[in-house]
Design a protein around this ligand. Sequence first.
Ligand code: FAD
Length: 385
Amino acid sequence: MDRRAFLGRGIGTMGALPLAGVAGAATPFVPLAGVEPVRASVDRIFRTTVCLRPFRPAGPRIEVEEVGRKRVVHNYGHGGSGWSLSWGSAQIAVAMAMADGVHDVAVIGAGALGLTAALTAQRAGASVTIYAKEQFPLVRSARATGSWTPDSRIAMEKAADPGFGDRWESMARASFQHYQGLLGLPGSPVEWTDRYVLADAPWEGRRPEHAPVGPPRPDTFLRLEQRLRDITPRSVELPSGTHPFRAAYARRSSSLTFNVADLMHQLTNDFLIAGGRIVPMEFHEPGDVTKLKQRSIIHCTGYGARALWRDESIVPVRGQIAWLIPQPGLTFGVYYDGLSMLARRDGIVVQDVGTDEWFGYGDANEEPDRAAAEASVQKLATFWA
Ligand SMILES: Cc1cc2nc3c(=O)[nH]c(=O)nc-3n(C[C@H](O)[C@H](O)[C@H](O)COP(=O)(O)OP(=O)(O)OC[C@H]3O[C@@H](n4cnc5c(N)ncnc54)[C@H](O)[C@@H]3O)c2cc1C
C-alpha cells in the first residue's frame, strides 16, 4: 500500500522531511484516544512475510476462454487491490460462469478472489467445489496489508482500455457495499479504523508523487480514487498539540480494515456451511481443467496464473511485512515517509512501502529480508513523541 492509498481519497499530500522531533528538541507526548504508541521493538516481530501482487498493466483478466469443452472464466491479476475489488469482480465472473443456466461450478484457487467467487456463485444458486493447491494461511492473500485500497496498482494508464475505469468503478462500489455486510460481526473480520499520515512540512494541497528512483518509467499507474469520492470518508487535519506523533503535521482519515485471518475463516466457514467442498489439487497446465467434472470453471490463481496459464503479462510487485504481536484495543494505521503500519487484530503489520508505487515492481523474490524487517520496526519506533 503506497502513501496515496494509505490515507484515502481526495486528501492531497504533505511534504515528507525528517521527523522534527528526531532532529530537534523533544516534542511533548499528547495522548489521543485509541492511538497508544505501538511497542515497536524487534523482539516483538513474530514473523516476516513476503507477498507478490499479481499486477497486469491492462488490469485484471476477467473473461471467458474455451478450453476443450470447458468454459474457463478468468478472474485473476488484481494487483494491490485484490481484497478490495474481490466481491465486485466475483459478480462479473459468476455471471459469465453461470450463463446458459449452468449450476455446477468449479473454482480454482482459495485466495481472496477464489473464496469470494465461490460464495457469490453459491448465493446465485450454484453447487460449488473449490480446487486449490493451498488454502489459508498459505495463500498469498493471507499476506496482504488488509486495507481498502481499490486502485492500488490496478492498471497502467496507457495499457488499460477506455472502458476500464467504468468497470473498475462498478467492481469497487459492489465490493464496498458487500463489505458493509461483514461489519459488526464477532471477530471483526471487517471494521472501520483510523489512519494517520504524518509529515514535517506544512500541508501543500495536491502535488505529484515523489519522483520515482531508477530508470524512466514507460507508463503511469492508473488513479481512479476520485470516482469514489461520494462513498469514501474525507480526511481532517489535526492541529499541532492534539496528537501524539513527533511529526509537526498529521491528518486523520478512516478506512475499512480487513482482519484477514478472521475474514478468511469467515468466508471459508460460510462456504462450507452452505455445502461447498474444498479439494486440494494442483494444476500444471491449462489442459488439466478438462479433467474436472464441472463444465464451468472460474480461474482464480492470482500470481499463480503466470506459470499455470503462461500469462507473462502478470508482473510481480513485491511487498514485505514485519508482523508485530497485536496490542489489545489498538486498531489504527499510520504512514510516514515510505513506512506504513496498520494495527490489526491478527497482527500489527509494518511495511516499507516506498514513496512511489513502483516500489517492488518486477521483483519476484519471495524470500523474507529480516534486516529490512528490523529496520522498518526501528523506524516505526521514532514516530511517537
Ligand atoms: C504486501 C501486499 C499487501 C497487499 N495489501 C492489500 C490490501 O491492503 N488491500 C487489497 O485489497 N489488496 C492488497 N494486496 C493485494 C492482494 O493481496 C492480492 O490482489 C490478492 O491477494 C490476490 O488474491 P488471489 O485470490 O487472486 O490470489 P492468491 O491469494 O495468490 O490465491 C491463489 C490461489 O490459487 C491457488 N493456486 C495458484 N496456482 C495454482 C495451481 N497451479 N494449481 C492449483 N491452485 C493454484 C493458490 O494455492 C491459492 O489458493 C496486497 C498485496 C501484497 C503483496
